[in-house]
Each structure stands twice: as C-alpha cells, then as structure tokens.
Design a protein around this ligand. Structure first.
Ligand SMILES: O=P(O)(O)OC[C@H]1O[C@](O)(CO)[C@@H](O)[C@@H]1O
Length: 551
C-alpha cells in the first residue's frame, strides 16, 4: 500500500464510534439553538481558502464536530495520504499510477522524475506549445487550408475530455475572445456532430480531438465524421486534415494513425486522470478561448488551493473540512445526495462537471485492498444554477422528507448585465441558506396571522445544512480555486473511506457490452441472439424492426 491504508473499515475505529455518539447529540438540537449557544460560531466555521471564503456555520455541527472529524481523518492517515499524492506515490493502486494533477499547476512537491517523466519540465513544455498554438490561432496567423482564419473551434471529447473544457469555457465566456465560436461535441448521438456540420463552415473550423486513450468510441466516431466532413469539401487540399485537426492525448501512435500530425498533438500523462485533466492540455479549448495569460491565472487558482491543502492544519483546511462534512452527512446522517447550487448563470455546467469528478471518483464499494465497504461511499451530486432551481426543486429541499446538504456558490460582482440584478441574485442565495437553516415555526406563522389550519402546510422545519462558498467575482483564478477545492474534497472523502478515488472500472463493462451489441443491431441478416437474455433479444428485435432490418 502506498501510505498506511489497511483493509480496516473506518467503522471499527474508536473515532467513528465517537462520531456516531456525537451525531446522536447533534440530532437532538437544531441550527437555531446551535447559533444561539455559541456566539463565536463564525470564529471557527468561516475559513479563507485562496480567493474563496467558506462559511461552514450553517452545517449541523459544533466546533467539537470538526475536531472529531479531524481525529477520524488522522486515524485514516490523511496527512500521509496528502503527502503521498503530492510526491507522486502510486496512490491509484488498481491502475498502479501516481496521481499528479497538482503538478499541472506546480502544486505537487516532487523531488525527481516520476515513472521516468521529468514532470515539471514536461508540463512546462506542453504549456509552451499550447501557448504558441493559441497565440497563432488567436492572432489569425494560423489559418485553415484555404487561407481563411478560424471562426469556430470544435472540441470533440467525452467525460473528462469534454466536461471540464466545456464547463470552464462557458464559465469564463466574459474573459474570452468572442470572435471565435466554441462548440463542444461529446455524445455519439448523430445529432450532436450533425448540428456542427449545420452551423460551421469547414474552411474556418478547427477540430480539437481530445481523448486520453484515443480509443473512446464516442470521440473517435465523432472525430471520424468530422474528418469526413472536412475531406468532403476540402479534400483537394493535401493538408486539410493537418490544418483543421489538432489532438490532445497520451497516445501518440493512435493520434498519428488517425492522420493528425504529431506536431499538432498535445500530450499529457497516465498520472493525470480524465476527470482531473482540465488544467492539462485537455484545457486547450479553454486556452484558445481565453488566451494563455488567463489560462495561467486559472492554473494559479488551483495552485493556491494546493498550497492551502499542503500547508494548513487539518482543522482549518478548507478542502479537507468540505470533504469531512460530506462524510459526516453521508455516514452519520444517512444522506444520499449533495446539491451544488451556483448562483451564477455562467456556472450552469458546474454541477455536471462535479458529477464526474465526485461520482466517478467515489462511486466505489471496495477498499483499496479489495475488501468490501460496510458504510456508504460517494453521494449523488447534482444541482442547477440559482435562482432557476428555486422555482423548481427547492420545495423538496425545504419541506421534503429527505435531508440534502447543499453547497451555495455566491459571488459579489457580476460579470455583465445590469449591475443591480446582482444584488437580487445574491439576496436570493443568502435568503435560501437562511430559510433552509432556520425555517419558520408555528409561533412565527401565528405572529404573521396565518390561521392555525394552514400552519402545518406553511411550517418550514429548517435545520437543513448548507455551506456557503463566496468569492468576489468568477475570474479564471477563482474558478481554478473552486475546482481544486472540490478535487481535494473528493480526495479527502476517498481517504476516509479507504477507496481508490482515481480508477473507474465500473464504466468498462457497459462499453464492452455495447461493442458486442453493435453487430447484433446492424448485421445484414438476422443475428444469432441465442446467447442473450430475453429482454435484450426482444429489444434488439424491436430495434431492428423499427430500422427495417430482418430479425
Ligand atoms: O479521454 P478518453 O480516454 O477519451 O476518456 C473519456 C472518459 O471516459 C472515461 O474513461 C469513462 O468512460 C472517463 O474517465 C474519461 O474522462
């Protein structure tokens, strides 16, 4: 084992038992009383983390709770795990890999090459090449094969090769060069790439094909369709593919087999997981949109959180505490999901991005040594931007029977539009955290003149936990910090649970079964479905019938 993780269930630890006991006490009280009993509550529950302010006060905790959670973290060797990650140990055990996304922003503390890679130097080399390409494209020096500048950039990738670039490009739209349209194609649904062919002009379109493995069905299929589309109209130019395609991958051979010039390939390494890769060359589309300088500020935002993680005691360590609070609710309150509610239109894709980061990382049920967990692990993360969510699902957050902890992400300054609307946006976010925490009781309803028979329906139980993350403005730096905050929170949770947060074996079987089914759906004659279950046989037959194929 890379750091002292054992197959021991955390449930067997005295620290877990202490938290179980403590949770019973906390369940006897509520947030109104917790605020009233400790007038210095904000002193220990509000934390500065790089450019982010974290207000943990509206969580179902006392100061003592954080102490007990930190004890659990120590008992699970979290400080050693942090060092192990940042020094390049192979903490991704099932894939025997280091986990070095922190090195992409100089947040790691490496004393030498890792697995033969001089990480710092190679990261800088790739960044330099990305910067040269970005400058050439943004200045219109690099053009398509007919000499026209690029007016559209299409990122083709899926999962970590799409969600990060798309989420960030959208979030930082106000910092981008709006002269070029950015598109993102991930789904193998033919309409996704078909829409691109409708709105883009081959002469002025650059495709960025992003795939760590360069073997992902969706990406390769879309990329081949794009290549065909380019060749159909520009095929008489020998350099059409060379000029209109660049690749981001760890697999140089497959990239060159596809026909993309290695000169136009931007590499990264096995020790960068797909969902942790937005700050690698996978972020090329982001750099093309916002430019190299702002991309460097974006990286700086991550680095600030890496430094905070490394240097801050656990009981004041923002990402660690955020992760421990997730464990608190998941394991001691039995919650199943976690809402993330950004009060920013620009962060519309942030919850989707976090879904991969959190659920692909911690949706595991065996520990690193192969033993089965006997406690809950990763929660379902979900959310929508405020204030839209308020008019959709907040009813359940306030009065439903399920406890759902929520993170509110708020900003002081708008990025555009009428300035005064920001005050309304902020007031709404803050108001929701108050309503969720403190509710409205019968005495207050009575004082408002609400008739007795209506009070049950209008009673707001409150005592629903939230964390508020506040920043001045959604800048590249702030966004980098926000992502890194969650990256390290996910890591903290995984260490407590003893699982490998960096593999994703659970997605492989579906891929295998899909490739087995394709010939069953497409064969010219009726396929032999003898080996399949009754449901599959029936659905394949119906599909073939609907597609006019013999079955
Ligand atoms: O970048 P690639 O290799 O195309 O993989 C895309 C995505 O597929 C996954 O492996 C899941 O199927 C993700 O982890 C990854 O981000």
């Amino acid at each position: 084992m890379p750091y002292p993780v054992t197959g021991v269930s955390p449930k067997q630890l005295p620290e877990w038992a202490a938290l179980t006991q403590h949770a019973k006490e906390i369940k006897q009280t509520d947030l109104r009383r917790l605020f009233a009993e400790d007038t210095r509550r904000l002193n220990w529950s509000s934390i500065e983390v790089g450019p982010l302010h974290l207000d943990l006060s509206k969580n179902l905790i006392r100061k003592e709770t954080l102490g007990l959670l930190v004890e659990l973290a120590r008992a699970r060797f979290l400080p050693d795990a942090i060092v192990a990650m940042l020094t390049g140990e192979h903490i991704n055990v099932s894939e025997d890999r280091a986990v070095l996304h922190a090195a992409l922003r100089r947040g790691a503390t490496l004393s030498g090459p890792i697995d033969g890679v001089n990480v710092g130097q190679e990261v800088e080399d790739v960044l330099g090449r990305m910067e040269r390409l970005s400058r050439a494209i943004r200045s219109n020096e690099r053009r398509g094969c007919t000499g026209k500048p690029f007016s559209a950039i299409v990122n083709i990738g899926i999962g970590g090769s799409d969600l990060g670039p798309e989420m960030v490009t959208r979030a930082l739209y106000d910092f981008s060069d709006k002269g070029r349209r950015m598109h993102f194609v991930s789904n193998i649904d033919p309409t996704a790439i078909g829409d691109i062919f409708e709105v883009c002009d081959p002469e002025t379109t650059l495709f960025v094909v992003v795939s760590k493995t360069f073997g992902t069905l969706e990406t390769l299929t879309n990329a081949k369709a794009a290549r065909q589309w380019i060749l159909a109209s520009l095929g008489d130019h020998a350099d059409a593919v060379e000029k209109h395609f660049v690749a981001v991958s760890t697999n140089a051979k497959l990239v060159s087999d596809f026909g993309i010039d290695p000169e136009n390939m931007f590499g990264f390494w096995d020790f960068i997981g797909g969902r942790y890769s937005v700050d690698s060359a996978v972020g090329l589309a982001i750099m093309l949109a916002i430019g190299p300088e702002r991309f460097r500020s974006f990286l700086g935002g991550f680095a600030a959180i890496d430094a905070h993680l490394r240097e801050t005691p656990l009981d004041e360590n923002g990402p660690v505490l955020l992760g421990l609070l997730s464990v608190w609710y998941r394991n001691f309150f039995g919650t199943q999901s976690q809402a993330v509610l950004p009060y920013s239109e620009r962060l519309a894709r942030f919850p989707a991005y976090l879904q991969q980061l959190t659920m692909e990382s911690n949706g595991k049920s065996v520990r690193i040594d192969g033993s089965t967990v006997d406690y809950g692990t990763g929660a379902v993360y979900w959310g929508e931007p405020g204030t839209d969510g308020q008019h959709a699902f907040y009813q359940l957050l306030h009065q439903g029977t399920i406890l759902i902890p929520a993170d509110f992400v708020l900003f002081a300054e708008p990025l555009g539009g009428p300035d005064a609307q920001q005050d309304l946006l902020f007031a709404n976010g803050l108001a929701q955290t108050r309503a969720l925490a403190f509710g409205r009781n019968d005495a207050e309803l009575e004082a408002l003149g609400v008739p007795e028979y209506l009070r049950p329906a209008r009673r707001m139980p409150g005592n629903r936990p939230t964390t508020t993350i506040l920043a001045q403005r959604l800048t590249p730096e702030v966004l980098g910090s926000l992502i890194a905050l969650y990256e390290h929170s996910v890591f903290t949770q995984g260490v407590i649970w003893g699982i490998d947060s960096f593999d994703q074996w659970g997605v492989e079987l579906g891929k295998e079964l899909a490739s087995e089914l394709v010939p069953m759906l497409t064969s010219a004659g009726a396929p032999d479905l003898g080996a399949f279950d009754a449901s599959t046989v029936d659905l394949v037959s119906r599909y073939r019938h609907m597609r006019g194929r013999p079955s």
